[in-house]
Write a protein that binds this ligand. Structure first.
Ligand SMILES: Cc1ncc(COP(=O)(O)O)c(C=O)c1O
Length: 389
């Protein structure tokens, strides 16, 4: 009996299915360029949608907060006192999002797993979009609640499933993303709010890929809307790290008292809180960057469609090029990299079987010539592999 046999088996299975993943070492050179093995490559796979991770103000404020508060937060905020810089940032964020309160958590993954499990119990019922992110799925599993997975963005089905539980006095939660991470399409927030109200269900919306990019002041699709729990991340368009919940004061108190991911984890380092603080000063003013980003995405999608590629229902800065077959997707990703473009192949289990894709994530820092360069590789590939849909 070899106690590690299960690892060999699983890794072999993944190799056979072309699903074995390896880390690729890169060195960032600028907001759009990286170096891989000495080759300069334009990065079309990062979530740094506004290029803020390289912004001087984020770096400066990060250093300023580290100098003022030290490099670590030294404990959970409930244990050793909560550094006042957290209050400052949480107040700023709540004002921008139009909510009573906000609470910083350490990562989007941690926030989804922990907050969802804190909102539910085994008697509750959770209604979750079938394309929700893995961290939401983990939260649902951890909660042990009864789960209803509704077809992607199919609110008629969601309504039907809610109707079926109408007489059930169980607590209900609807959970969705606002911009879906692998498809770049959007959910219908207003209809979800109405459905949640009608069925007295809580509504939780993950704004990881909308924060900084969409909505009033770039504050997401739920800004100023009546959503019970909004989750967002600072590690994508806001160029920093960590996550937030925007909610009522009462919900914030509940999470501070009951959410293990908040209570039992050392708070984010002050340097990160500094970069978040700066990003929240900058992002609301970046309307022209947001417009440039959306018009680049529209241009990119139109050109791809003319070439015959399937970009799904994307309507944002995330553009999937759905190839289907895993090996073909990997070959296309390799060709892109050889030509100087980093655009990652996304395969099952991250996306459903048969929908392997190149996920292009655009940034407001990409210019037209970089996008045209990327398009020329897709054009060339299409010429050599006309069967790719
Ligand atoms: C929709 C969604 N939610 C949550 C997360 C997790 O966020 P974080 O990277 O801060 O852990 C991600 C990350 O990719 C995501 O795409």
């Amino acid at each position: 009996m070899n106690k590690l046999e299960f690892i060999d088996k699983e890794l072999d299975r993944r190799r056979e299915k072309h699903q074995f993943r390896k880390l690729k070492s890169i060195t960032p050179l600028s907001a759009t360029d990286v170096s891989i093995n000495g080759q300069r490559i334009i990065n079309f796979s990062s979530n740094d949608y506004l290029g803020l991770s390289k912004h001087p103000l984020l770096k400066e404020r990060s250093i300023e907060f580290a100098n003022r508060y030290g490099t670590g937060s030294t404990a959970s905020r409930l244990i050793c006192g909560s550094f006042d810089c957290f209050d400052q940032v949480e107040e700023k964020l709540a004002a921008l999002k139009g909510t009573e309160a906000s609470l910083i958590l350490n990562s989007g993954f941690q926030a989804n797993t922990s907050v969802i499990a804190t909102l539910l119990d085994p008697d509750a019922i959770v209604f979750s979009d079938e394309l929700n992110h893995s961290s939401i799925i983990q939260g649902v599993v951890l909660s042990r609640a009864r789960k209803v997975i509704y077809p992607h963005n199919d609110l008629a089905q969601l309504r039907k499933r809610l109707e079926q539980t109408r007489g059930d006095s169980a607590r209900k939660l609807i959970v969705t993303e606002s911009v879906f991470s692998m498809d770049g399409d959007r959910s219908d927030i207003d209809s979800l709010i109405a459905l949640a109200k009608e069925h007295d269900a809580l509504l939780m919306v993950d704004e990881a890929h909308a924060t900084g990019v969409l909505g009033k002041n770039g504050m997401g699709m739920t800004a100023d809307k009546d959503v019970d729990i909004v989750l967002g991340t600072f590690g994508k368009a806001l160029g920093a790290f960590g996550a937030y919940i925007c909610c009522s004061e009462k919900m914030r108190d509940y999470l501070i008292n009951c959410c293990p991911g908040f209570i039992y984890s050392t708070a984010l380092p002050p340097s990160i809180v500094g970069s978040i603080d700066a990003a929240l000063d900058l992002a609301p003013q970046m309307e022209s960057a947001r417009q440039h980003l959306q018009s680049t995405a529209e241009y990119f999608r139109q050109k791809l469609r003319l070439l015959g590629y399937d970009t799904g229902a994307s309507s944002t800065q995330i553009v999937p090029i759905i190839v289907g077959d895993e090996q073909q997707t990997l070959t296309l990703a390799e060709k892109l990299q050889e030509s100087g473009f980093l655009a990652t192949a996304i395969r099952p289990p991250t996306v459903p079987e048969g929908t392997s894709r190149i996920r292009v994530a655009l940034s407001s820092e990409h210019d037209r010539s970089q996008v045209d360069g990327l398009l020329s590789v897709f054009e060339e590939y299409k010429g050599s592999s006309p069967h790719v849909t």
